[in-house]
Design a protein around this ligand. Sequence first.
Ligand SMILES: C[S@@+](CC[C@H](N)C(=O)[O-])C[C@H]1O[C@@H](n2cnc3c(N)ncnc32)[C@H](O)[C@@H]1O
Length: 200
Amino acid sequence: MAPKGERWNHNLHYHRVILDAVPSGCESALDVGCGEGTLARQLRRLVPHVTGIDLDQASIDLARRNPDTGDVDYIDGDFLTHRFEPALFDLVASVASLHHMEAGPALERMRDLLRPGGVLAVVGLARAEYPADLPLDLTAAVVSRMRRLSRGWWEHPSPVAWPPPETFHGMEDLAAAILPGVRYRRHLLWRYSLVWVKNS
Ligand SMILES: C[S@@+](CC[C@H](N)C(=O)[O-])C[C@H]1O[C@@H](n2cnc3c(N)ncnc32)[C@H](O)[C@@H]1O
């Protein structure tokens, strides 16, 4: 959760899931669909080499111009086709971006870019299923409203995709098939997370 005084939205709220998943000794991290770079900058405080990739040029320009960007390396490109070396990263992370891509190939690419012992950490959006999800959504709406009143709301400047193509159950099943033993969690504010360690 973002500390009081920091900007807030439903994605920032769950950055802690990613930051807590950084493996010890992590040397290199990739933020997939980094937008204007908030997560990449947070990761850079923990990881010596951080790369952010986004296919939206305006977002990458904002990320590069941020006064706190430091030595984060930004790539203006498509994660699915950009030529990375295989097994390059100790952490591959993504917040609110996976539903912009075909999820299966994107998860496979994230997995393949990890070194043995590396961690994949995703916070994602998925489609609710009604009426089963109605009680959760109503609770989320109340909690979100209260948080907005106390914390304000920061609208990120990057492209959005809505509705997400996959349901929460669909994402859970897909992730389990591609990432055996993955930890899937459904979160209150319309998000799920995946944390997976690549076996040595
Ligand atoms: C909703 S924004 C989230 C941005 C940021 N992660 C955040 O939490 O604020 C989704 C981002 O994913 C990027 N994106 C979508 N498909 C992509 C792809 N194939 N490769 C790289 N970035 C992609 C979009 O350009 C957009 O900036």
